[in-house]
Design a protein around this ligand. Structure first.
Ligand code: IMP
Ligand code: MG
Length: 351
């Protein structure tokens, strides 16, 4: 019988030019790894037509230094800093009131947001009821921004979509038309900006101490960006860990953690809460690299450990101490061998 999957010598393999390319930025830890900085730098250096936020809402706080000024974005993708079309994707939830405040804040800092910001029609809305409910949370230590209730209502099929909100109408786009059928762009190149991180992911974090969205590369694809378009996945980590939330995370007997918190300014960009600190977990970074398909890693805040003068890594049951950053980094380069690029960043983000 003829096997339809057998290629005969006379059959031609036709390779089509892919007209979409996507690079992804994901957090390898618990959020606050410096994804904003990495996205901002990639947006500056790349040829992107779009920057798309693919998950989360205004629970996120991405700190970005642009031309010497500090900005904290919550919903708005970092493309606006370079005049790149910036889309809040269908995987996100939006608080319209907070979004307008954020637009005003960036515009008053000299950034033209209104010409570039779009919102997918099928992104969901965070309502006042969601915020009121979330503000009562005591168990998870949420950001109290209404994020969890908004996603719950989306999945319960009783949510409100962005297309239903009159004040957003100027910015609403159909995600399919925007990226797959857009006469404005011959070839679409998307930078996908993730929020939160692997340790907070709804499926991969330590449930229930998680956020309510998909923070991994998986979350990109459901925004209409096909897996075949993905070129690079940038995983962002810090050389130590921080976590904000209700679970007990920090080992109180470790004196270096207070120093790291203070020297590293480890206080929430959204809520101002002190972040709990721990040493780098190599285990977690390795798992996160595999699950996300990461091929490039940035370890931020290497300068903070230089200043503190202590370096330690947890690896399963083992814990390794190092005398200097060189030994510390060599260990990482040796043991975390999957990515083709690992960068240790000491730049204090003020670029
Ligand atoms: P929620 O996303 O507000 O529901 O919070 C759930 C958990 O995720 C809490 O532990 C929050 O502190 C944490 N979280 C949510 N967004 C961020 C973020 O952008 N950075 C760090 N932690 C976050
Ligand atoms: Mg943050």
């Amino acid at each position: 019988m003829h096997n339809p999957f057998d290629l005969h010598p006379e059959d031609k393999l036709i390779m089509k030019d892919c007209n979409m390319i996507a690079d992804v930025v994901v957090g390898l830890q618990y959020g606050d790894e410096g994804k904003g900085k990495v996205t901002h730098q990639l947006a500056r250096n790349g040829n992107y037509t779009h920057v798309v936020r693919f998950n989360g809402g205004c629970n996120a706080g991405h700190t970005i230094y642009h031309e010497g000024k500090k900005f904290v974005t919550h919903h708005i993708p970092a493309g606006v800093f370079y005049g790149i079309r910036s889309v809040i994707g269908p995987g996100c939830v939006v608080n319209p009131k907070k979004l307008f405040e954020e637009i005003e804040d960036l515009e008053s800092g000299g950034i033209d947001v209104k010409s570039h910001l779009k919102i997918a029609a099928n992104a969901h809305v965070i309502t006042d009821f969601h915020i009121a409910e979330d503000s009562k949370d005591k168990n998870i230590g949420t950001t109290k921004t209404g994020n969890g209730p908004a996603y719950r209502d989306k999945y319960a099929r009783k949510g409100v979509m962005a297309s239903e909100i009159p004040s957003l109408s100027d910015m609403i786009v159909d995600m399919y038309s925007e990226i797959h059928d857009n006469p404005e762009f011959e070839k679409v190149e998307i930078l996908c900006e993730g929020a939160q991180g692997f340790g907070l992911d709804i499926d991969w974090g330590e449930y229930p101490f998680v956020t309510s969205s998909h923070c991994t590369t998986a979350g990109v694809i459901s925004n209409g960006i096909p897996h075949t378009s993905i070129r690079d996945v940038w995983g962002v980590a810090k050389v130590y860990e921080t976590y904000v939330g209700a679970k007990d995370f920090e080992d109180d007997s470790e004196l270096a953690f207070d120093l790291i918190r203070n020297i590293g300014s480890e206080f929430g960009a959204t809520t101002g809460r002190p972040r709990q600190v721990s040493w780098l977990s190599a285990d977690m970074v390795k798992r996160s690299i595999k699950v996300n398909g990461v091929n490039k890693v940035v370890f931020n805040k290497a300068d903070i450990l230089d200043e503190v003068g202590s370096w330690c890594i947890h690896d399963g049951m083992d814990s390794h101490n190092f005398q200097n950053s060189e030994d510390f980094e060599q260990w990482i380069l040796r043991e975390i061998d999957e990515p083709d690029l690992i960068i240790f960043s000491r730049s204090p983000e003020k670029i």
